[in-house]
Design a protein around this ligand. Structure first.
Ligand code: PAF
Length: 281
């Protein structure tokens, strides 16, 4: 696996791969790689000829300086995981390389970015769109892989590709969970052992809510999730919204859409955790 830090060098390698007729897969990450990322890389390696994984903690998508400072960074372990999964290039640029000057672009993904994370993390999706579009321009991938754990992000990236008219197929990949149901996330590494145990209740309640939903209204189900999680010491729900899986707008009844997803953000031991569950698809 090649380790590359500059766009120029990356493009030389990619031009060569393309001239050999190879298709390119891109897996954008912020590092601190885990089994969830490994599943994206595996998918790219099986579907394309040449897989680039970017490893870059993007400052413009953090609306909280401490969150940026504390974000886990594990480049050596990331390299080992990527070698094992068969990635061809690890692209780990500096902040100066990706932002030689401030990125003043303002994206508007209304209504997708006006709900949930869009409200609770102002500017977050603008930063995500800035870096992902820069990566798409630099790599020109045929396919790009994103996890469904960041459900809203995936919808927004699909929309950005449409808006910018980019020729890349976005591949959404299922959430990877630990044995106890906890969705894999780089942020899980920031939890204490005790909090990690408590946090497993988030997915448990979400899965239980699918059973509860069978004979309860949508509003009752939303309330059930919020109340049950908030009743567990150490967990605090920031929001739980049951939405149409395409528009991300709230639905009022189970008959309002054929694709219904519940998206949650919960605080546990100072760590902000997100997860989601499909009720109908
Ligand atoms: O999902 C992430 O890890 C990041 O938001 C992404 C897509 C790599 C952009 O920095």
């Amino acid at each position: 696996m090649l380790k590359i830090n500059t766009i120029k060098e990356l493009q030389i390698v990619l031009d060569q791969a393309r001239s050999q007729g190879k298709t390119i897969g891109l897996v954008p990450t912020m590092g601190a790689l885990h089994k969830g990322h490994a599943s994206l890389v595996r998918r790219s390696v099986s579907q394309t000829d040449f897989t680039v994984v970017s490893d870059f903690v993007n400052p413009t998508q953090f609306n909280d300086k401490n969150d940026l400072k504390n974000y886990p960074r594990t480049l050596d372990a990331d390299c080992a995981l990527l070698e094992k999964e068969g990635a061809h290039v690890l692209f780990a640029p500096s902040v100066e390389e990706m932002y030689p000057e401030p990125d003043m672009r303002q994206f508007d993904f209304t209504p997708l970015d006006k709900v949930m994370e869009g409200i609770h993390r102002p500017g977050h999706f603008n930063g995500v769109a800035q870096i992902v579009s820069k990566l798409f321009y630099a790599v020109k991938p045929d396919f790009a892989y994103f996890g469904e754990k960041d459900f809203q992000q995936l919808a927004i990236i699909r929309r950005m590709v449409e808006q910018l008219g980019l020729d890349v197929e976005i591949v959404g990949c299922p959430i990877v969970r630990e044995e106890d149901g906890m969705a894999l996330s780089s942020r899980n590494a920031l939890l204490s052992k005790a909090d990690r145990k408590i946090a497993a209740n988030i997915s448990k309640v979400l899965f239980n809510s699918r059973v509860y939903a069978k004979d309860h209204s949508l509003a009752q189900t939303e309330q059930y999730v919020v109340d049950t999680i908030n009743s567990i010491q150490g967990l605090e729900v920031e929001y739980y919204e049951i939405v149409d899986g395409t528009t991300l707008q709230r639905v009022r009844t189970w008959d309002d859409s054929h694709y219904i997803v519940g998206c949650i953000t919960v605080h546990c031991g100072g760590v902000r955790l997100i997860d989601n569950i499909k009720y109908k698809e």
